[in-house]
Design a protein around this ligand. Structure first.
Ligand SMILES: [Zn+2]
Length: 356
């Protein structure tokens, strides 16, 4: 196993006269990591570790609540306004036009950016701090998303690649505060997934096994990035994250959304809820997430379904974006909290309490 997955570190230094140290010569260490599957780099300078608050200012919860109060009266996801103000699918695509599981309501996006682009209302409360994303409302949202995926796989020809995603609050790209998911996809995989599918196939050809199941096994052996397990989902932090505070929830048995059952979604929701509570305990107020699936119906054994969640810049007045040329143009990610420290925080937040 050791030779299959390599956790590659490239170490370097940078030396200069530091005015904060009376002009003394200062040498700082820089660690560049590579993702074992994609080769994607992330960079960590240990001296930045206690400067997290400079980059990510504290969330201004009073401001968030004021903005939420102001936007609530206009929100089409609050109450039963969705019944009159949201679009609906033709009956041959989705019988009844919309889909509902408990408080989760699914309907088409008014301005789709992929062949399938649905929006899901998550819960009835307009604004929630991350600690209040309870597993019940997340479960309903996953249930309606997966049920929808199973339906459009049958009713829309060519639909093979679907993802379940979410942005929460403005700095993460959300246009409204009200928690919502989005199901996107069609006959073409998204850029990231196309790359990952290719790498997974190469890995399978080289080693005769699935990267994701090997990764979980290896991370479990190493231990420092392994958070825990909720039923069929293994939770880890990534060695070379591609977003701030990145956590993965990996289904070691499921290759696509069509193969997911109730228990899978229940355990996914449990773990996800705990990760969000962990972020809340770190003072974070926003996130992006995606749940990836292999090609629908293909039973592609080179791939496993997984959830990937990251935090984004906190909400406060005059915040600056967390993405700079480093991420957008050089395609590297900055690591401020070491993945090994993040795993500790997540264990303390109780991500593993259900399964181990
Ligand atoms: Zn609302």
């Amino acid at each position: 196993m050791k030779e299959k997955i390599r956790f590659e570190r490239h170490l370097g230094t940078s030396t200069f006269h530091n005015p904060m140290m009376g002009g003394a010569l200062d040498t700082q260490e820089i660690e560049v990591r590579r993702d074992p599957l994609t080769g994607a780099q992330s960079v960590f300078n240990p001296r930045l570790e206690d400067k997290v608050a400079v980059v990510f200012g504290p969330s201004d919860y009073a401001l968030i609540e004021r903005l939420a109060r102001e936007s609530e009266p206009r929100c089409f996801l609050c109450g039963d306004k969705w019944q009159h103000s949201t679009p609906s699918y033709p009956d041959d695509v989705l019988p009844g036009g919309r889909m509902q599981v408990g408080e989760a309501i699914l309907f088409p996006n008014l301005f789709p950016v992929s062949q399938v682009h649905a929006v899901i209302r998550v819960g009835t409360t307009h604004y929630l701090p991350l600690r209040d994303f309870e597993s019940r409302m997340l479960l309903e949202a996953f249930q309606v998303s997966v049920a929808f995926a199973k339906t459009v796989f049958r009713t829309l020809s060519g639909v093979q690649f679907l993802t379940i995603n979410g942005n929460y609050l403005g700095p993460a790209g959300a246009s409204i505060a009200h928690p919502h998911f989005q199901v996107l996809g069609g006959d073409l995989p998204f850029t990231y997934l196309e790359h990952v599918y290719g790498r997974c196939k190469e890995y399978f050809q080289r080693h005769g096994s699935c990267y994701w199941t090997d990764l979980v096994e290896r991370e479990r052996e190493i231990g420092e990035r392994f958070i825990g397990q909720t039923g069929p989902v293994a939770w880890i932090t990534t060695f070379s994250p591609q977003g701030t505070n990145e956590v993965l929830g990996i289904f070691t048995e499921r290759t696509d959304f069509l193969s997911m059952d109730e228990e899978d979604m229940r355990q996914l929701a449990e773990g996800f809820s705990s990760v969000l509570k962990g972020y809340d305990s770190m003072g974070m107020s926003t996130f992006n997430f995606a749940v990836y699936s292999g090609p629908l119906g293909a039973k592609d054994d080179t791939f496993r379904c997984y959830l990937r969640v990251i935090t984004r810049q906190n909400v406060y007045e005059n915040y600056r974006t967390d993405d700079s040329f480093i991420q957008k143009l050089l395609r590297n990610e900055m690591v401020l909290v070491r993945p090994e420290s993040l795993a500790l925080t997540m264990r303390e937040a109780g991500v593993s309490r259900k399964g181990l």
